[in-house]
Design a protein around this ligand. Structure first.
Ligand SMILES: Nc1ncnc2c1ncn2[C@@H]1O[C@H](COP(=O)(O)OP(=O)(O)OP(=O)(O)O)[C@@H](O)[C@H]1O
Ligand SMILES: [Mg+2]
Length: 323
């Protein structure tokens, strides 16, 4: 668990704080995403948790221990850090980069080799192909995966990831995000994840902390942010397709089950989706099949149906101001 209590950072010779009286908690095994415009203090927060930057005031606790009272080497051993610019050592191979921390911890060479191969595979790189290459011989996306593998090397319970997928195209980015979520279901780390992309935040975060000029604007689940943005800043950050994004997070079963939408005759449906799929998928199917109702299935059983008009009504109800 990571706790910040009224943490403030004023860099020398600057008028405004980079981080201003920030308090929040990241629970064990959760992904907390920090999102906000360039310069709002995201990297500074990460660097304070890692003790690369000293707070001007306030306290930071990890598992109840004040990090200023923990030896910084011991602290960093518990923390994997993916820096914003990937930061692989250019004159070391991928094997040497990923094995860096285990080697510092004096693991025996055969254990390091096994761990490196296991990690490269985990992040979707072929060890036989990638291990002996140098960073410049990899694509941007491959470098970012190697950076994630290196941060995971000593199996730290905490990961700090500063725009880990920043340098890749949207398609590869989507794939890396999916791999990350799959991996996180297995390893259950406590993760602080920085991005300036609200869609990435909504997809990756158990919780999202929205920042502006060093201040916390809103903390909540993706659903909370979408259904009740705290102010115009959060609304603008989310964009004017808030309703559609909400439908991406709402499972079809929740509309059928809560009775808020009455089902039309299921026999009229020409297409079906699974109850666990997002409502947005129902809209996509309607467009594809040129129909205005979609049947909802759980396994082999049809449990109800959704119509275009009713989904629209639902958007109005949850977001208040959406057309
Ligand atoms: N070492 C430093 N000395 C002085 N000012 C700094 C220092 N590091 C950061 N700042 C300032 O603190 C503010 C927050 O910077 P930070 O790097 O945390 O932003 P960020 O949210 O990570 O931005 P980006 O999205 O561009 O990475 C900025 O105004 C920046 O100029
Ligand atoms: Mg940054």
């Amino acid at each position: 668990m990571i706790q910040l209590e009224r943490v403030k950072k004023v860099f020398p010779n600057t008028a405004v704080p980079a981080v201003d009286e920030l308090s929040f908690t990241v629970e064990q095994g959760n992904v907390c995403v920090f999102v906000g415009p360039s310069g709002c203090g995201k990297t500074t927060i990460i660097r304070m948790i890692n003790r690369l930057v000293e707070p001007t005031s306030g306290s930071i606790f990890i598992d109840g221990e004040n990090i200023l009272q923990v030896d910084s080497d011991r602290l960093r051993r518990r923390i994997g850090y993916v820096i914003q610019q990937v930061g692989l050592l250019p004159h070391r191979t991928i094997e040497q980069n990923v094995g860096l921390v285990p080697r510092l911890l004096n693991w025996p060479e055969d254990r390091i080799a096994r761990r490196v191969a296991e990690l490269l595979e985990m992040v979707g790189l072929d060890p036989a192909e990638a291990a002996q290459k140098y960073p410049y011989q990899l694509s941007g996306g491959q470098m970012q995966r190697a950076g994630v593998a290196r941060a995971l090397a000593a199996d730290p319970p905490i990961m700090l990831m500063d725009e880990p997928f920043g340098a890749v195209d949207p398609i590869l980015r989507g794939r890396l995000q999916d791999e990350f979520l799959r991996l996180q279901r297995e390893v259950q780390k406590t993760i602080c994840f920085v991005t300036h992309d609200i869609n990435e935040a909504l997809k990756m975060g158990d919780y999202i902390v929205v920042l502006n000029a060093g201040k916390l604007v809103q903390k909540g689940t993706p659903m909370e942010l979408l259904s009740s943005p705290a102010n115009d800043f959060v609304k603008a950050l989310i964009g004017d397709d808030r309703g559609v994004k909400l439908l991406d997070l709402t499972r079809a079963e929740s509309l059928v089950a809560d009775g808020s939408i009455k089902s039309p005759a299921v026999k009229d449906c020409s297409c079906f989706i699974d109850a666990l799929q997002p409502v947005k998928m129902a809209l996509e199917q309607m467009m594809k099949h040129d129909t205005d109702s979609v049947g909802i299935r759980r396994g082999d059983e049809v449990i109800g149906a959704l119509t275009w008009a009713e989904i629209k009504k639902h958007i109005h109800r949850i977001s208040g101001d959406e057309g």
